[in-house]
Design a protein around this ligand. Structure first.
Ligand code: GUN
Ligand code: ZN
Length: 440
């Protein structure tokens, strides 16, 4: 290709820092007539259309490809910090709380991944749906089968996506067909890391399911793999459900608490992200902050499985990094717009306010920081990868109707998270290129 420059014009919003509970405009940049200049898939400039055009070399001005998104809203690609791609088929399955739900719905669904063709078909469907929802990066669980991760990474690589994934490690308290061992999980993970970690935009995430389904020997392996490279990631579940917490305490009677189980095996640190973290002590939050570990906030899942209400302000006040997550199939939507709506409602139930500023920070730069990927994605700073979503206030019709009664950008940002979903995703771009476009 002769020309790698892309110009994008339209309202642009991105974040520079966490607005917290305030609305300090130093935390974001909003350009009503804004522009992105993209070269070789990376952000070169972000600013007003006039400023970006003024500084443009003539050769670029006349040869750049232009995407005109006036009347829409351009934001960094959304980041789903915790999602299970093999669970697409159990979304919306009726039934009770976490441990029963795992046994009745989730484990049988994951057993079907013994067939690699199921993994291939699901990976493609899942990634296409992520892009249709404006999500360009995710931290993804495979199944216990190593080929589930090969299938996922192949599909992600073909789409040029920045993605994290890992093979689930579990060697007890689950169906025998879904069990590995400490030794075989070490072997499989090592081979997957060799094959995929750092290839194109892909990174490996060491993925012990949770303390209930791993022996101490396997958690030992997980901690060692996590610490084997400085850019390694780790994901697991933590303090989601009260019955789960009691079971963990029975299995690890010597531990000081749930987080301490993981801590003892060296599983905390930058790049480690823990799903849920609902029922946590202040000492546990302090320990997470100290180790730069992060929590994935999964509001639709937490409500669907009746797990509890995550205290987002308490976590950030303690200095814990937090990202937003769908947690499909416990979650009820891949849409991070809907997930933000649910996060807002969780805050309401706790007497807290999630401002639209902070919400959209959470879905973009907050997620990048929680995944230790903020040097690559999360906003439109120069040099970052040009993944972005183009949101429309014209769909669904209820959002359009509401939007006609708004004038300010913060009102529109809030309407998008309260009423929007995949129908509000006008287009999705990866490394500058359009990879999804709404029909209307
Ligand atoms: N805890 C352990 N496994 C899972 C899972 O698949 N989903 C959720 N929501 N929690 C879990
Ligand atoms: Zn999960």
């Amino acid at each position: 290709p002769q020309n790698h420059s892309i110009l994008v014009r339209g309202p642009v919003l991105h974040f520079l820092a966490d607005p917290g509970e305030g609305d300090d405009p130093a935390c974001w940049q909003y350009f009503e007539d804004g522009a992105l200049l993209i070269e070789n898939g990376l952000i070169r400039r972000c600013g007003t259309w006039d400023a970006v055009l003024r500084d443009l070399p003539n050769t670029t001005r006349y040869t750049a490809r232009l995407f005109d998104y006036h009347g829409k809203l351009i934001m960094p690609g959304l980041i789903d910090t915790h999602v299970h791609y093999p669970q697409m088929r159990v979304m919306g399955a009726f039934g009770r709380q976490l441990l029963d739900w795992l046994n009745e719905h989730t484990f049988p669904a994951e057993e079907s991944f013994a067939d690699p063709r199921v993994a291939d078909a699901t990976a493609s469907f899942f990634l296409d749906r992520l892009l249709a929802n404006g999500t360009t990066t995710a931290s993804v669980y495979g199944t216990v089968h190593a080929h589930s991760v090969d299938a996922f990474f192949r599909a992600a690589q073909a789409r040029k996506l920045r993605m994290l994934c890992g093979k689930v490690m579990m060697d007890r308290n689950c169906p025998t067909g879904l069990r590995d061992t400490a030794a075989t999980s070490l072997e499989d993970c090592s081979a997957l890391i060799e094959r995929w970690h750092g290839k194109d935009r892909l990174r490996y995430s060491v993925t012990p399911r949770f303390a209930i389904t791993s022996t101490p020997e396997q958690l030992q392996v997980a901690g060692e793999l996590f610490r084997s490279r400085p850019d390694m990631h780790l994901q697991t579940h933590l303090s989601e459900n009260l019955d789960e917490i009691r079971f963990v305490q029975q299995l690890f009677p010597d531990s000081k608490g749930y987080l301490d189980v993981y801590d003892r095996f060296g599983m905390l640190g930058r790049g480690a992200i823990y799903g849920h973290g609902i029922h946590m002590s202040e000492a546990e939050r302090a320990r997470m902050a100290e180790t730069e570990s992060a929590i994935a906030f999964c509001p639709t899942s937490n409500r669907f499985l009746g797990s509890g209400l995550f205290d987002y302000p308490a976590s950030t006040a303690a200095g814990v990094k937090v990202g937003l997550a769908s947690d499909v199939g416990g979650g009820t939507s891949l849409s991070l717009l809907r997930t933000l709506g649910a996060a807002y409602e969780v805050g309401q139930s706790l007497g807290q306010v999630l401002s639209p500023w902070r919400a959209w920070y959470l879905a973009t730069l907050g997620g990048a920081k929680a995944l230790a990927l903020e040097d690559r994605i999360g906003n439109f700073a120069e040099g970052k990868e040009a993944d972005f979503v183009v949101l429309s206030l014209q769909s669904p019709a209820e959002l359009q109707f509401r939007a006609e009664y708004t004038t300010r950008i913060d009102e529109r940002l809030f309407a998008l998270m309260a009423l929007g979903d995949d129908r509000s995703v006008h287009a999705t771009h990866v490394l500058g290129e359009c990879v999804h476009k709404a029909l209307s």
